[in-house]
Ligand binder design. Sequence first.
Ligand SMILES: [Zn+2]
Length: 166
Amino acid sequence: MSSYTKQEVKQLVDGTLAWDTVHQMISMPKDADRYKLYMEVIQDKLSYKHKVIMALGPHLNLAIRDGDEEIHAFCDCGKDFGHYKGNWKLNANIYVRDTAEKMDQVYPRLMSPDTSWQVYREYSCPDCGTMLDIEAPTPWYMVMHDVKPDLKTFFEWVGIKAPKKI
Ligand SMILES: [Zn+2]
């Protein structure tokens, strides 16, 4: 089993780690401290007090809310998107690319999907404007709920005591 430093994990998160090392890290069995170091690196980048327990995306994390210890989804800016069992996207700003003109903003004409078959939904933070996710469903499809983590099993797997309110 390989072992990596916090600096290497930080470089992995920042996208500055050499590809050979990245390949080795993702190919080999994970070191016992990987989760702890990963969470420390993410936490160091944030200004809020909530304790991060899982990354949902580059700028969205699950964290134990300071005060009541409920687990919520938070943007990097601190915007609370609600309890982790709910769908955070329902508290985001949603921009729907559902016309050829809107697709022209991201693709050359005739290189984008036919919007009668597929649209893009862009989810962003109402407080800081950071784009948090994009999905590409058929126009009539419901807002997708990407992740419903089984935190009890997850913390058993990483061998760490689970938060109180999972
Ligand atoms: Zn934000």
